[in-house]
Design a protein around this ligand. Sequence first.
Ligand SMILES: Nc1nc2c(ncn2[C@@H]2O[C@H](COP(=O)(O)OP(=O)(O)OP(=O)(O)O)[C@@H](O)[C@H]2O)c(=O)[nH]1
Ligand SMILES: [Mg+2]
Length: 257
Amino acid sequence: MEPMTWDYILKYVIVGDAAVGKSALLLRLTDDRFALTEPTLGVEFGSRILSIGEEGKRVKVQCWDTAGTESFRSITRSYFRGAAGALLVYDVTRRETFEHVNSWLHDLQEHADENVCIILVANKTDLISRAPPTHISALPSSATSPPVEYPSSLPSSRLLSGDNASPHGNLNAQTSECNVEGAMPRQVTEKEGREFANRNGLLYVETSAKEGWNVVNAFEWTAREVLTRINKSEMERKKKRGGPIKLDDRDRSRGCC
Ligand SMILES: Nc1nc2c(ncn2[C@@H]2O[C@H](COP(=O)(O)OP(=O)(O)OP(=O)(O)O)[C@@H](O)[C@H]2O)c(=O)[nH]1
Ligand SMILES: [Mg+2]
């Protein structure tokens, strides 16, 4: 028999408006490169094995990249079922793509499993910043990082990561002008993105598929959260049953939820 090369297989979906960079994110995950992408017709597929957590669990991420175009919406919805993780993507330079996030979230909540782990992905940050975001993801439930405090109002045009980026990420950039040549205006602030994520119990991350910033992290953080939830539910089941259950005793080829 072939040796098992992974501990878990997790199904992922990538959703969001057209041209926000979903296919570019998948290409960065699977091939670690950025190339011209055509609009997706229906769905595309890619996979990669990631090593998750201190125990280095090998998680095979099987990812369905869906079309953002409205005409494919009913087809793409049918792929949500059984997804353990979802990347809900918008483009930080196009406000309307953020305004539609609620509708994509609604679709996921309606058609994916109840406990799907969703990360809100603010993509194309290379267009507004020269430096990668230095802060880490906001984690709602099994938080490993302290919540970041934000000033109550920040002018969006000044909320930019720059060379002065600090552990507080873009916050310090409010005092520095954006010096990216030909930079586009940021139309959705980090604060808005994080607040939406917090309100809806989502993870949050700022990415650039072009530069490769945080792309693998987006998948890894989600997988880690999924494994944490599995662990938690196993523990609860164990408590109820009163007998020992090891996480590894599960059917390894099964998804999470
Ligand atoms: N600068 C920059 N451009 C990006 C990034 N990600 C994607 N793009 C560009 O944005 C355009 C759309 O990217 P896609 O990945 O095809 O978008 P999509 O969300 O898959 O679009 P649909 O398949 O039509 O739903 C392409 O021209 C990409 O090269 C990014 O992180 N930075
Ligand atoms: Mg696409």
